[in-house]
Design a protein around this ligand. Sequence first.
Ligand SMILES: [Fe+2]
Length: 447
Amino acid sequence: MKILGITLDANSSACAMIEGQLVAAISEERFNKVKNYVGYPRKAVEYCLEALGGTVDKVLLPSIEMDPLLVLTHWTRRDVEQRMREQNEYWYPKIYEDKDLNYLRVFPETADFEQYPGPHFWNQIDFGAPKEIRIKQFQGLRKQLVADHLGIELEQIEFKAHHLCHSSYAYYGSPVRNEPALSFTADGFGDYWCASLRLFDGKGKSTLLMQTDEALLGRLYRFTTLNLKMKPLEDEYKVMGLAPYATEYHWRKPYEIFRKLLEVEGVQIKLKEKPKDFFFHYKKKLESCRFDAVAGGLQKFLEEIVVEWVQNAIEETGVRNIVFSGGVSMNVKAMMEVSKIPQLKTLHVPPSGADESLCIGAAYHESSLIMPHTSIKPVNNAYLGKGYSQAEIDAFIAANNLGAKYKIVEDVSSDVIADMLDKNAVIGIFFGKMEFGARALGACGLG
Ligand SMILES: [Fe+2]
């Protein structure tokens, strides 16, 4: 079975899977140079189709309830200034003044009707209609878009639920197979949920233990990132990196503010108080807090909730293998705290667990329906993207006269790279296939 997965979401991506083996995965941003691109990942799809030998048996689309407005306006592209305007001119009047606003009337310049496959496609959606209606319209059109692009039948294309994809990626991306594992997911939101817990029994079956729309950890992190004047859905890792600069004397106050939001009860995460929104509410509450203290308090809160959640689940189920995915799994420091839980046996967090890997989760889940779970291969490494031959590299260097501007070293070892970094050299590395994921710096990067 040859499967193609397509994420049309934040960081649109595609993957190719053959008989349970992931053979390619790449984000559209690698082709069009638009970071975190939201739009149909045409080139990524074509690259993955090539990896399948040009034909596909099944295409899977994660997220059933995708709002086409997010795609039309390339929602991840907005910078901090635009995001602030969006909060002040759209969300504030809507939430706090009960005004009935149409996003495209407030920000008509954000609509990109020219994007692939063109205005004839996007004009079929009534963007003035309520969200539920345009989502329904987009469901049928998304399938048609893929069918037209690949020249396949609509029957070959299926949707997969957002958190089922995250959960399947966490489990099948890990090497755990013959023992039970608990699969945790947590993110900003996807198909109306923001966290789930699924038990994989080690015999090929899984049971959903909880799914909630209340564990708003990802959402809180996203809007606090904006409150710190950084770019949501992209700069959260900078907030995480900022956190250790605050001492407890400083982070204690924001931590107490965040702590009022959620509580963990057994394997459930519940809202203690529901703020009217996640931007203005916390902006006011955190007014007198230093920026690094906000980052410190937020990180501390996130780590506590996640650790308590995992700990309780281990205690309730007796299962000690943990796998984790969704945007919150990108918080490596929280994952490190999870790894320290004494009762835990193994922890696996597959690479780039935000929405770019939904396509892989969808392909894994489909594979689990048609083959023994033990035959499904984990993600051994993330070198799944486009590679270039030495001849192509040589031709590019010659055509751009790079030899005149840079010192080019071939077959360089990691020791030599470490030595160069130690001497404060600025280096670029380029070898093998591109690494999949939002934080990919392994094979092609600058240091
Ligand atoms: Fe997600």
